[in-house]
Design a protein around this ligand. Structure first.
Ligand code: BG6
Length: 487
């Protein structure tokens, strides 16, 4: 027992995405999405990961020679057929909330059709029925790295303003269909990932041939389009579903200065600004001055339509959702300044932190710091919608999965959420990444497992897909039952 008091209505649960869990990539007329184009590549080193970007040359190669590759996200872990079994397991753990995304290409297979695909819509009716049966609240990410591939080919994803219209049409269709069943919505997963992974985040192929020596130009233009699309979705949500709660989501990159040197401190501040610029726009409704300066200094000219500032200003979000996996170090030394592209994992290593098997620094205290910082700055409720440990799990001789390392990781992070609540931070809920095991986003591996439920499947899709409860399953059930009192 501990003395942490989580609010009575605290939303405990787990999170997933359609592209990593569902599979059924061609069922009932579903089209292909950007995530269906991430082949599995055998990796020499566990940290040889997060290379999820796809160049136009690679995309052509995958499209023309599909049979040469294995695309794990197309298979997922078959949530598409096993959703009843999986949701029953979430209910057994006591989930109050389940975060899922709606596969854009199930609803609009190409993305630019006039009419939606009825069987795609019907699938989520069944999923929501099942959640309702157990009293589990859905938290829906409208799109979680799932743009139709057709829109990448047609106009390079969110680089084009046309993407706003296609996205908002999709959002309106699902709002109208599910307005009575879904209260919590997140328009985009991790908006700021546009800076590291433009293809994955917004269907933007960022080959050198596409920009004129300034990669940032294309990334920030696409960002602007996603911000406007997000505000327009918020506007539509308010009209269609009064009472709905709309979030804005970032991958939280909590950054410490590498030293007490003022230049390093300033660099940490600048990196913080780049990270919080997204909620600045979507919570406060305007671009902050520091970004205009940044654009000027980096020769970035964003094309904005005259109506954009009103759209942003009049349709702000209700809460900030974020994923939290690790913290970063900032240094003013030019050889360490983070470039906008490449690995999510920072180049500088914090000597005080242990690493996961995939070399992600583990920093539970950073979660308390981040909750306090975001709340101090924005004064809106916060929702931790991803946090978890990617690990290789083994089935022991007794047929069980003894994942004490995952329990330890989650326990330490939840403790810090409790501390932040004591500090006065308004935290709406906590959804772990993931629920069952499913395909890793960054590496397309199955062996990088995050779930409470083991799925018998390997990196090449072999296995029975049988679900086995891990030790962490029973542990999390107690955590939820005791409202965070028994960790
Ligand atoms: C988040 C994404 O950035 O990180 C998830 O929203 C992803 O989709 C998660 O799975 C963990 O990353 P990975 O690469 O280990 O799956």
């Amino acid at each position: 027992m501990n003395n942490i008091v989580f609010p009575k209505e605290f939303l405990w649960g787990g999170a997933s995405s359609a592209s990593q869990a569902e599979g059924g990539y061609d069922a009932d007329g579903r089209g292909l999405s950007i995530s269906d184009m991430h082949p599995y590549r055998k990796m020499e080193h566990s940290n040889d990961n997060m290379k999820i970007e796809v160049s136009s040359k690679e995309l052509m190669e995958y499209m023309n020679n599909e049979e040469k590759y294995y695309f794990p996200k197309r298979k997922g872990v078959d949530f598409f057929n096993r959703y009843k079994e999986d949701i029953a397991l979430f209910a057994e753990m006591g989930f109050k909330v389940y975060r899922l995304s709606i596969a854009w290409t199930r609803i609009f297979p190409l993305g630019d059709e006039e009419e939606p695909n009825e069987s795609g819509l019907a699938f989520y009716d069944k999923v929501f029925d099942e959640l309702e049966k157990y009293g589990i609240e859905p938290l829906v990410t409208i799109t979680h790295y799932e743009m139709p591939i057709h829109l990448v080919k047609k106009y390079n994803g969110f680089e084009s303003r046309q993407a706003i219209g296609d996205y908002v049409k999709f959002a309106k269709v699902i709002f109208n269909r599910y307005k009575k069943r879904v209260k919590y919505w997140i328009p985009f997963n991790e908006l700021n990932m546009m800076l590291t992974s433009p293809y994955t985040c917004g269907g933007v192929i960022c080959d050198a041939s596409k920009y004129n020596g300034n990669e940032k130009q294309i990334k920030y233009q696409a960002t602007h389009h996603q911000l406007v699309a997000s505000a327009l979705a918020t506007k539509a949500a308010r009209e269609i579903m009064p009472g709905a709660k709309i979030g804005c989501m970032i991958a939280r990159l909590e950054t410490y200065a590498a030293t007490s040197k003022p230049e390093d401190q300033l660099q940490a501040l600048k990196e913080e600004q780049i990270n919080t610029f997204y909620p600045e726009v979507l919570i406060r409704g305007r671009y902050p001055q520091y970004m205009y300066r940044y654009f000027e200094e980096n020769s970035i000219n964003i094309e904005m339509s005259p109506e954009d500032s009103d759209i942003l200003n009049n349709n702000t979000a209700d809460f900030i959702a974020f994923s939290y996996y690790m913290t970063y170090l900032a240094s003013a030394d030019p050889k360490h300044i983070a470039t906008d592209s490449g690995s999510l994992v920072g180049a500088l290593k914090n000597p005080y932190l242990e690493m996961t098997e995939w070399d992600w620094p583990i920093d539970p205290i950073g979660l308390r710091i981040t909750l306090n910082r975001l709340y101090d700055k924005f004064q809106v409720p916060l929702f931790i919608v991803e946090n978890g440990l990617g690990a290789n799990d083994d089935v022991s001789e007794d047929g069980k999965i003894h994942d004490s390392y995952r329990i330890d990781y989650l326990k330490k992070h939840i403790e810090q959420v409790g501390e932040a609540i004591k500090d006065g931070v308004e935290v709406m809920g906590y959804t772990t990444w993931g629920t069952t095991d499913f395909i890793s986003c960054g590496t397309s591996q199955m062996s990088k497992r995050y779930g409470f439920v083991y799925v018998d499947q390997d990196n090449f899709g072999n296995g029975t897909q049988k679900r086995i409860k891990k030790d962490s399953f029973y542990w999390y059930k107690k955590v939820i039952e005791s409202n965070g009192n028994i960790l």
